[in-house]
Design a protein around this ligand. Structure first.
Ligand code: PXG
Length: 289
């Protein structure tokens, strides 16, 4: 494995950063998770734009232009000769001192690119569906760390994940501070009701996921009405179908939430249709390497 750090490649055991890096000390930095299928990087431009938006919001200057970043990602995939890959792109604030003042890290930010394989969930979740629960940890309010910022501090989501795992589940639905459904710990949530698609809007605690956007686009082309609308737990419980979306997870049917069976208790028809079309899209669209 060849890991990119600031323009050079290192083996897995040699790829190291300083213990004074504020990415480690404070979670001060940003990241993206990206997938490549058949030597095509899916929605690379969209991921890079979101990375730079996250960085802009936390006033982190990335030492590469967006074009150079695209080349670095493509170069890492080529160096690793992977046909299908999960790419983790990280920009840290860089080396500073033990205080949290980011000015101490001026122009020290580091770019790290790891290309590897990932299978987030067992195959049975994709064929039979997954059961999930709602958890007490509330998604960050936008006035705190805005959920649109994919920062290296993911403790809000990790706490929710721990609560799910403690109860014997692999994924959790997090509510926003008003009690509406926000998203899962690393995925967006959709429901289908009367053949129409619903997902929470991005305004409160919901990341505007790139897979979410792709699914909304696919649904529009397939003449499935889509609504970005607030959802309560009740609406999830009484949905005909539900599924979650994310770069790592892709599309996973949800068949039970908090013990309530969703629809028939099996992956739904519209979920299947959207999954098929999403797979087609990932196989033919993307940045070639
Ligand atoms: N919500 C959150 C909070 C995320 O972190 C998504 C939704 C889905 O967005 P995309 O753009 O990927 O469709 C994410 C991104 C993991 C893991 O191991 C998941 C993400 C990031 C890092 C790790 O599950 N998901």
């Amino acid at each position: 494995m060849k890991i990119y750090i600031d323009g050079k490649f290192y083996g897995k055991d040699e790829a190291k950063i300083s213990v004074f890096d504020h990415g480690l000390l404070y979670g001060d930095g940003v990241f993206e998770g990206i997938r490549a299928y058949n030597r095509l990087v899916f929605k690379l431009k969209e991921h890079i734009v979101r990375l730079y938006e996250s960085a802009h919001s936390i006033m982190l200057k990335i030492p590469l232009t967006q074009e150079q970043m695209v080349k670095a990602v493509v170069g890492t995939l080529k160096a690793n000769n992977l046909e299908n890959a999960y790419i983790r792109l990280i920009v840290t604030r860089g080396v500073g001192d033990l205080g949290l003042d980011p000015r101490k890290c001026q122009d020290n930010s580091s770019v790290i690119i790891i290309a590897d394989k990932i299978a987030l969930y067992p195959e049975k979740y994709y064929t039979q569906g997954m059961s999930i629960i709602t958890v007490p940890t509330v998604r960050n309010m936008p006035e705190m760390v805005n959920p649109q910022i994919k920062s290296l501090n993911y403790l809000n989501n990790i706490l929710a994940k721990i609560e799910a795992v403690n109860c014997g589940y692999d994924e959790a639905i997090m509510m926003d501070s008003l009690g509406y459904v926000a998203e899962c710990t690393g995925d967006n949530l959709f429901i289908v009701k009367r053949n129409e698609l619903y997902t929470p809007p991005q305004c409160m605690g919901t990341l505007r996921g790139i897979t979410r956007d792709s699914v909304l686009e696919i649904a529009s082309y397939a003449d499935i009405p889509v609504h970005e609308h607030v959802l309560t737990r009740h609406e999830v419980y009484i949905a005909d179908e539900s599924f979650i979306t994310g770069t790592a997870a892709e599309i996973v049917p949800i068949v039970k939430v908090d013990g309530r069976v969703i629809g028939s208790g099996k992956p739904g028809k519209i979920t299947g249709k959207l999954t098929g079309k999403f797979k087609e899209l990932t196989r033919k669209e993307g940045t070639k390497y």
